[in-house]
Design a binder for this molecule. Structure first.
Ligand code: NPG
Length: 368
């Protein structure tokens, strides 16, 4: 496999509705699309770095810089045996997982297309339909939250995650649990608490939540271990897990009982597979996170989600929850049983609407 041309685009799309987490309220999404060309075929990847450095230190601008100056030049025109080799070729650059992931994932798509197989097969998955959950941003009132949850359950979703922050945590969780005693329910704090809140967070323990996601600082495995020892609700780590080493360390220290895998945060498909395998070996279930991707990134996520240890429903909801229209046609839809079919066809298996890509593009770059 040889990549002889790389195109990069920065796009901005309005969100169907604003999305609020403990760290920001957003109305639109800035992201990069990358296209790798080789042997007359294309592979596509989506860079999930945002316009702002609030979820992660990377931004779309840092990813652009690192991709164009360092990452793309290190694989361009190089003979590669497979996409699994890309990560090693990028290793001289420290960090910048989201930038690396976009390029690496595009290479996996290209390799799958070259081999005329669906991406899930190349990744070692089984292509089964993926159980889908929704992520509901912080709402202005309990009534608004109820309304959103009802609409999502009516669409078939199997699991509800609500965003929490100090001042919006126990009350909405209790409220939902009372209305839906059997709902698969979880909360996500996006690092909004300190260990001082341990006793307060133990107030969630009698709600039978699937997990609390990333309660404490993004780079603090040790305090998560201390928190997990004090609360019964399983802790799941997201922001903290940037690498296989940190994942293994977090598991060994008892900092979490569940791990959220996002290929953007980990550096691509290969690193995600390695974390998936390490979790499986340790008996730690994983699920696939979401970063408000368009259908292109979502398609990658679906293929990866068919590896065997993805046993919990992921944030891989239908693309029209976020973008109308999406960049792919047809969009990714949830079925009445709450699962999403993995796109068939070769590579990521979706048809990209290049006119829509063009009209949302704010800047572009090409290696050749
Ligand atoms: O379905 O894509 C989705 C959204 C899932 O809540 C979601 N993502 O904290 O995991 C998160 C959150 C997020 C979105 C984080 C965008 C960063 C950027």
């Amino acid at each position: 496999m040889r990549i002889d041309k790389v195109e990069l685009r920065r796009l901005r799309l309005p969100l169907v509705r604003p999305f609020e987490t403990s760290f920001a309220r957003v109305h639109d999404r800035t992201f990069l699309l990358i296209t790798v060309h080789g042997d007359g075929l294309e592979g596509w990847g989506e860079c999930v770095a945002e316009a702002t450095p609030y979820y992660s230190a990377e931004t779309a601008a840092t990813a652009w810089h690192v991709l164009t100056e360092f990452l793309v030049p290190s694989i361009l025109g190089v003979d590669l045996t497979s996409a699994a080799e890309v990560w090693g070729r990028l290793a001289r650059v420290r960090g910048h997982q989201m930038a690396k992931a976009a390029l690496e994932m595009a290479a996996w798509d290209l390799e799958a297309r070259q081999k005329s197989m669906p991406l899930w097969k190349l990744l070692g998955g089984d292509g089964r339909p993926v159980a889908s959950g929704v992520s509901i941003g912080i709402q202005p009132s309990l009534a608004a939250l109820e309304e959103r949850v009802d609409a999502d359950l009516a669409d078939g979703y199997r699991r509800v995650k609500i965003k929490i922050k100090p001042g919006w945590d126990l009350e909405p969780a209790r409220h939902l649990r009372k209305r839906h005693p059997d709902l698969a329910l979880m909360v996500d704090a996006n690092a909004a608490y300190t260990l001082d809140a341990a006793e307060h967070l133990a107030g969630l323990d009698d709600l039978n939540l699937m997990m609390i996601e990333q309660p404490l600082e993004y780079d603090d495995v040790g305090r998560h271990a201390a928190l997990q020892a004090r609360i019964a609700t399983p802790v799941c780590l997201d922001e903290s897990i940037h690498s296989l080493g940190i994942a293994e360390d977090a598991i060994a220290r008892g900092a979490c009982r569940i791990i959220n895998i996002k290929p953007g945060r980990l550096g691509g498909h290969l690193q995600s597979k390695l974390v998936h395998d390490a979790c499986a070996a340790a008996g730690v279930p994983v699920w696939h996170g979401g970063m408000l991707e368009t259908g292109i990134g979502r398609a990658h996520n679906l293929h990866l989600s068919t590896l065997p240890n993805f046993t919990l429903p992921g944030d891989v909801a239908a693309s029209r929850r976020y973008y109308a229209p999406d960049l792919i046609e047809p969009g990714i839809e949830v079925r009445p049983d709450g699962t999403i079919e993995v796109p068939s066809g070769t590579g990521i298996g979706v048809t990209i609407d290049t006119d829509r890509v063009r009209s949302a593009t704010e800047d572009s770059w090409c290696s050749a």
